[in-house]
Design a protein around this ligand. Structure first.
Ligand code: ZN
Length: 157
């Protein structure tokens, strides 16, 4: 999976629109020419991207803000990273497994919790709990990011 490329892509988007956490993810979706459509269903569907109509369909019965933000960012990732064009281009040659879901998660994590921002804040002593609230992400999503950016070593116990 293209981790460095994805982190560079999200950094460029944040710079282009002059965003700071909490990244206004729904606004970014609109800037990039997509619409969000809320649907209500009991089905276990979080969201879906319609790349032709440029719509992100999101299940609004999912009303947790942090989760909704991550889900929207994930679907936007599929769009920006063009996963819909040739899905078979995104397979691990060894295992044959697709890595588009991992890439969309990397996009979502790095756009909502930018590396430069998290690094600076952690080194300044901002607590993970505060960062979670500033970035409007789940506790789990934040810790995944701290691991990926190798920042846990800077945390005092
Ligand atoms: Zn996905």
């Amino acid at each position: 999976m293209r981790t460095a490329f994805i982190q560079k892509t999200t950094q460029e988007l944040i710079k282009k629109y002059n965003y700071e956490p909490p990244i206004p993810i729904e606004e970014l979706v609109k800037e990039l020419g997509l619409k969000i459509r809320n649907i209500s269903t009991e089905l276990e569907i979080d969201a879906k991207l319609d790349p032709v109509k440029k719509i992100i369909i999101i299940n609004e019965s999912q009303n947790n803000i942090a989760r909704r933000r991550f889900t929207i960012a994930h679907e936007l990732g599929h769009f920006v990273l063009r996963h819909y064009i040739n899905p078979w281009d995104f397979e691990d040659p060894e295992t044959g497994k697709s890595y588009i879901e991992n890439e969309a998660d990397e996009f979502a994590g790095s756009i909502l919790m930018p590396k430069d921002f998290l690094t600076k804040q952690i080194k300044k002593g901002t607590s993970p709990r505060e960062l979670q609230s500033i970035c409007q992400v789940s506790n789990q999503a934040l810790w995944v990011r701290l691991e990926i950016y190798r920042l846990t070593k800077f945390l005092s116990s």
